[in-house]
Design a binder for this molecule. Structure first.
Ligand code: TA6
Length: 312
């Protein structure tokens, strides 16, 4: 494995490249937000993730693309807190890197609550919080897999409720995100759906139901009780498949994993300064999240939340 040389003293914002030597697969992680901004697996698939050409990479705002991290909440129910929480808008520390035999090449990233100096708000406000926690993101690169594991350690004396989500942006080649034959998601049979645009609610009839982008899509899919682990497939182009799986443990107990599917489509794209007006043709977000029925993390306990992206 190799981590490309970086001058950690002067260049804390330099991205880290993790190379799985035997396969040539590699990932790039930006320390700002510990945001994975690239995954190129072995073979001729090329780049799996999408990052907007207008994305800010200077720490002025969360990176528009790759795998931004949402915690301690999804969305912005409390206006004093930044949208999707404070992990993606703070500078993380690059930790150790190591190989797991020839199986995987790994690198860790760390953030303590005290280091999260940008925008916390709510019960996490720097001036008043009684809570404490520390975060580790483990990024594992294998020949055809990328795994991200978010570990939240309750280092304080009080329990706290939270949500966590991998806000993963997938690249759709050839600008075909709105082509039903090129871009779709399957495998969510039995999930209950909340459409954030229309407020419609319904149940996905079967795993064969194809979910595609025909307008602004912003939907939360919540698993039925017997499906805590997420396992779905994304078609990015005819014959180009990605398996996405996710599981979570809180206080050592399985926590259900929901998934958000989002594409801003034309109108919303025009409102985002760090996203080109036409880039909605080039991406789809498939976002595993610990969003409902999440137990409070107890003092001295941890949440472990993993997303595995496997290219077929
Ligand atoms: O994941 C869907 C969503 O909550 C959308 O509502 C949209 O706001 C998107 O996240 C992007 O949010 P951001 O704060 O990154 O612009």
């Amino acid at each position: 494995m190799s981590i490309e040389a970086r001058d950690t003293k002067t260049d804390t914002m330099a991205p880290v490249t993790i190379v799985h030597a035997s396969s040539g697969a590699k990932a790039e992680v930006h320390p700002f937000g510990a945001t994975v901004v690239s995954f190129i697996p072995q073979g001729d698939r090329g780049e799996v993730l999408f990052v907007s050409k207008l994305a800010k990479r200077d720490g002025s705002k969360a990176i528009r693309g790759g795998i931004p991290l949402a915690f301690p909440q999804f969305g912005q129910p409390d206006k004093s807190m930044p949208q999707h929480g404070f992990l993606r808008n703070n500078l993380w520390t690059v930790g150790k890197s190591y190989d797991e035999g020839d199986e995987a090449s790994c690198c860790e990233f760390h953030l303590t609550l005290a280091d999260a100096v940008n925008g916390r708000g709510g019960i996490w406000d720097a001036q008043s919080t009684e809570l404490d926690c520390s975060m580790t993101l483990l990024v594992k690169v294998q020949a055809t897999k990328l795994s991200t594991v978010l570990i939240v350690n309750n280092t304080g004396e009080k329990r706290f409720d939270c949500q966590a989500l991998f806000h993963t942006y997938y690249k759709i080649p050839g600008g075909q995100a709105l082509n039903k034959d090129a871009c779709s998601v399957k495998g969510l049979g039995g999930y209950s759906v909340k459409d954030q645009i229309t407020s419609d609610t319904y149940i996905v009839e079967s795993n064969n139901v194809e979910i595609f982008v025909d307008r602004e899509v912003d939907r939360i899919y919540t698993p039925p009780g017997d499906k805590p682990h997420l396992q779905l497939s994304l078609k990015s182009a005819p014959g180009v498949m990605t398996e996405i799986s996710s599981m979570a443990l809180v206080n050592g107990v399985t926590c259900p994993v929901s998934v958000v599917i989002w594409n801003p489509h034309e109108a919303k794209s025009k409102t985002m300064g760090d996203f080109d007006d036409e880039e909605y043709h080039d991406m789809i977000c498939v976002e595993p999240g610990m969003l409902s029925n999440v137990p409070a993390i107890l003092p001295c306990q941890i949440a472990v939340f993993e997303q595995i992206i496997s290219v077929l």
